[in-house]
Every structure is written in C-alpha cells, then in structure tokens.
Design a protein around this ligand. Structure first.
Ligand code: NAD
Length: 260
C-alpha cells in the first residue's frame, strides 16, 4: 500500500480519470476528499472507494469558484487533519474557432476551470503541503504541445497548466513539495465521448481516434491513474517539475500513415 496514511484531494472525482484515481488511491490506503460538481456521481464513486479501501469525504464544489475552492481545503483539513496530495484533475473541453463570435466566452470558461482553478487550489493548498512535504499532480494533456482546429482555448489552458507546474515546482521545492503533470491524449471517458459526438459516424469516429495513436489504442482511465499514483508516491521522491506523457504514442503520429 503505497499511500497508507496519506490524505489526498482529487478534483473531478465523479467521472473518468478522476474516479479511477480516487479508487486507486483508496485501494492503496489513502483517505480521499472527492471533489466534483455532480453529487450523484460523487456518491457512486464514494461507495466504490468504501468497497476498495478507505472511506472518503465527498465535497460538492466548483473548483473555479474562489469561495468553494477555499471550502474544499478547509473541509479536508477539518475532517482529516492534514493534506499530503493534491490532484488537480477537474477539467472541461469546449470547442470554438478563433473567429467565432463566442470565442471569448468559451475561452474564459475553459481557462477558469482548467487553469485558474489549478493556480487557485495550489495557492490554497501550499501551506498544508509544506507542513507534510506533500506533492501535487496536475492532470494536463498532450494538447499542451499539440495544436488543432477549434481547440485553441483547451490547448492554451493545457500549455498554461504545464508551465505553471514547472513554476510551482521550482518555488515549492525549497519546502520539499513536489509538483508534476500528467499528459494523456485520448482516454475512454465521457469527455472524449462528448468530443467525438459531433461526428456523425460514431464507429468511424472511435476508430479514427484509435488510429491517431502509434499503438492504435485508446488509453483507459485506470492507466492514467497508475501514472498519477506513481508520481504521488514515495517512489517518485526525486521527480519534480516533470511532464509525464501517457498517450499510446499519439504525439508520434506525424509519420504514422507511412508505416501502415
Ligand atoms: N479524456 C481524455 O481523452 C483526456 C485527454 C487529455 C486530458 N484529459 C484531462 O483529464 C481530466 C479528466 O477528464 P475526463 O476525461 O476524466 O473527463 P470527465 O468529463 O469524464 O470527468 C471530468 C469530471 O470533472 C468534473 N468537473 C468539471 N468541471 C468541474 C468544476 N468546475 N468543478 C468541479 N468538478 C468539475 C465533472 O463533473 C466530471 O465529473 C481533465 O482535466 C481533462 O482535460 C482528458
């Protein structure tokens, strides 16, 4: 049990990657504060945590809201007494062309949830993480390097998370606090299903998504959770400011068709 006695906050815990991280952490002995907007899915994940390991604390909150973000930290400290690990995983994906009339509205909402909340929760959690020499894992994306049509808001938010991770890692290293990021590409979750929804031929859409990776496969949420567990554990004690790509070879795709 690599997280025995540890206290963790996982945001976006109600679905997909966040749910997989929460279950894995609980099964590895951590007590987890599950944070999500959706109370029903929080309840479901909380029940699963009890089955797999330690009973969690559920906190219904919007990570982009400053008052609610403060509540996430204060409730966790009040209930568990300390904080060892912060996983900033909550995120949204919205599309808009750079020329669309509603671009700024979409940009602000994506930046607030995907980047500003990471800055905010890091700021609020830092004193508690300094006390435990804890660590932060930020869920990011290959989109921090990659560009595509209609995804400027998402890509810029992810580039911001990656760079903020390094800045925070440098400042917090003096206190023994590590900060790293994890970069998936195509993970089988609700977010990816929604992103592919606009394409009429569903089977073709999933097939093309697979074919855009060198390994011709999508990643499962549990595979991303394994990387997060490693980074959050003592095994990664010498790793900070690092960006871990976990993408079935998506970023290698430039010349894929030449080999198929
Ligand atoms: N699925 C992918 O292919 C993929 C690829 C790259 C990166 N990611 C990143 O992984 C993370 C998790 O994505 P997922 O695929 O599991 O998505 P998901 O949609 O399945 O789950 C996201 C969860 O976050 C919650 N959430 C959203 N906004 C919130 C807010 N403001 N406050 C609190 N909770 C909020 C949602 O309610 C949901 O339960 C995201 O940051 C996403 O950008 C996902």
């Amino acid at each position: 049990m690599s997280l025995l006695g540890k206290i963790a906050i996982v945001t976006g815990a109600g679905s997909g990657i966040g749910a997989a991280i929460s279950l894995l952490f609980a099964s590895e002995g951590a007590s987890v504060a599950l944070v999500d907007l959706n109370e029903t899915s929080l309840d479901y994940v909380a029940q699963q945590c009890v089955v797999h390991g330690k009973p969690p604390l559920s906190i219904k909150a919007d990570v982009a809201n400053e008052v609610e973000a403060k509540t996430i930290i204060s409730k966790t400290i009040k209930y568990f007494g300390k904080l060892d690990i912060l996983v900033n995983n909550a995120g949204i994906f919205k599309e808009a062309l750079v020329t669309d009339p509603d671009l700024l509205q979409i940009f602000d909402s994506v930046m607030n949830t995907n980047l500003r909340s990471v800055v905010l929760l890091t700021n609020l959690a830092a004193p508690h993480l300094k006390a435990t020499k804890g660590n932060i894992v930020n869920m990011c994306s290959v989109s921090s390097h990659w560009v595509g049509v209609k995804v400027a808001s998402f890509c810029v938010s992810q580039a911001g998370v990656e760079h903020f991770t390094r800045c925070a890692a440098l400042e917090l290293a003096a206190f023994g606090v590590r900060v790293n990021s994890v970069h998936p590409a195509l993970v089988r979750t609700k977010m990816l299903a929604n992103a592919l929804k606009a394409i009429d031929d569903k089977d073709k859409a999933w097939d093309e998504a697979k074919r855009s990776t060198a390994l011709e496969r999508l990643n499962e949420p549990a595979e991303i959770a394994d990387v997060v567990l490693f980074l959050a554990s003592h095994k990664a004690r010498g790793i900070t400011g690092s960006a871990f790509v976990c993408d079935s070879g998506f970023l290698l795709d430039g010349k894929l068709d030449e080999f198929r």
